[in-house]
Design a protein around this ligand. Structure first.
Ligand code: SUG
Length: 416
């Protein structure tokens, strides 16, 4: 059995819109009320997946959830004439950021030798709190093979869990046992701390992780206050490398030492605040990058094009490449539609280390399937959405048709 890292990208949904629902996510609040382009957004996401497949990496995808979520509005005794934020919450396409779908502990890390996934409850933000039942159904389908996977329900809603966006894994190589680093926020700051340490501890216990290979790390409260609403806005890890902003963690030196002690050979690539301020790191999403090891072994950082637009970020990256550090290439992708809602390349993907043959093949991508998905997007995804149209029955019907055409193409009628 060959264990590799498979990136499952969320296909951007036909209801992708800018409703400004996420307090503490500066891009989302800044772009509130703007016109969104769901078709372009989904095509940008597919192009990113194609790029990574072209580099020889395994690529999967997860599909948009049913929207508008009528069941949720019913549970709230709300309808299309109620509080606009609730209505917009029922229309949100935020499940596209699959880094928040679940926390994943690959088989080499767990006591029973299977890969464990825990769907994230996302309780802190109302518009995301109703994602998990449909996400769970989808994960249970994609990872139905019980010899390889166990898919857990959410942790109890008294603790907020936002999934893999606050989880990093350090290991000499993907298929070997790793150190799982859970990053949590302390409540009481200017913006909500979305990942609670209690939730992370529950996930670590239920996944059967060895306590010697688990680290709970506090996120720097200043980073949350500056707009790093998830740890993956200020740090990313891949195999033996942690790429991080100097101000990502409450106790950086202690964190790096603990990582090096428990994962011998681990390297920390730290970007100092003097070179890239926290504000610049957050607006460019330098760290919301995919750090990947293609088959040639040359570690590659896939960054959003906003990094190229930032002089300090771009010059820091050039300087990094000129040195002899572990990150050898930087690749730029255009995911501007997702970025405008605070979702960069890393937000758009859920990493699962597994044998691709153990995954339901309907969720795995190849070029022919990408071609066919692009055609459905081009034909059925709305070209644009004005937030004023959220709640309209004709737009709802367009969105439902678009999703059902995609499900039909992929023979995934179970998700209808
Ligand atoms: O939860 N944006 C998402 C962005 C999630 C990014 N994910 C990671 N960092 N892994 C969020 O804040 C905006 C929706 C709106 O405002 O309409 C939103 O939900």
């Amino acid at each position: 059995m060959t264990l590799v890292e498979i990136n499952f990208d969320g296909l951007v949904g036909p209801s992708h819109n800018y409703a400004g629902l996420s307090l503490g996510n500066l891009a989302a609040t800044k772009n509130a009320g703007g016109i969104s382009y769901p078709r372009a957004a989904a095509l940008q996401g597919i192009a990113k997946m194609r790029g990574n497949m072209g580099a020889g990496l395994a690529q999967g995808f997860l599909l948009p959830l049913p929207r508008p979520d009528v069941k949720w509005l019913e549970a709230l005794s709300a309808d299309e004439s109620t509080d606009p934020a609730l209505v917009a919450g029922a229309w949100s396409a935020s499940s596209m950021w699959t880094a928040n779908a679940a926390t994943v502990s690959p088989a080499p890390d767990t006591a029973d030798g299977t890969c464990h996934l825990s769907v994230a409850n996302l309780v802190t933000m109302p518009h995301r709190s109703h994602e998990w039942p449909d996400t769970l159904a989808q994960l249970r389908l994609a990872f139905a093979n019980r010899d390889h996977f166990i898919v857990h329900g959410p942790v109890p809603p008294c603790f907020g869990d936002e999934g893999a966006a606050n989880h990093m894994r350090l290991t000499p190589s993907h298929g070997e046992p790793g150190l799982e680093v859970f990053v949590y926020g302390r409540t009481g700051g200017r913006f909500p701390a979305r990942q609670h340490v209690e939730a992370s501890r529950i996930v670590a216990r239920r996944h059967g992780l060895d306590p010697a290979r688990v680290l709970m790390v506090e996120q720097n409260p200043d980073a949350i206050a500056a707009g790093a609403f998830h740890n993956d806005v200020v740090a990313v890890a891949n195999e033996g490398v942690l790429f991080t902003h100097e101000l990502a963690f409450a106790n950086p030196v202690e964190t790096y030492d603990a990582i090096r002690a428990r994962c011998p050979g681990a390297q920390v690539v730290e970007v100092p605040a003097s070179a890239v301020s926290l504000a610049e790191a957050i607006s460019s999403y330098l760290f919301n990058a995919q750090l990947l090891t293609p088959p040639d072994g040359e570690m590659t950082l896939v960054v959003p094009s906003e990094c190229q637009d930032s002089e300090p970020v771009w010059s820091w990256l050039q300087q990094m490449l000129a040195g002899n550090g572990p990150i050898r290439h930087v690749k730029v992708v255009d995911v501007r539609q997702s970025m405008a809602n605070g979702g960069g390349p890393a937000c758009l993907r859920l990493r699962v280390v597994a044998d691709p043959a153990s995954v339901d093949p309907r969720f795995m991508l190849d070029d022919a399937k990408a071609d066919a998905m692009e055609k459905v997007v081009a034909e059925y995804w709305p070209e644009q959405i004005d937030p004023a149209d959220i709640g309209s029955e004709s737009l709802a019907s367009t969105i439902r048709t678009a999703r059902s055409q995609m499900l039909a193409l992929l023979a995934l009628s179970e998700l209808a």
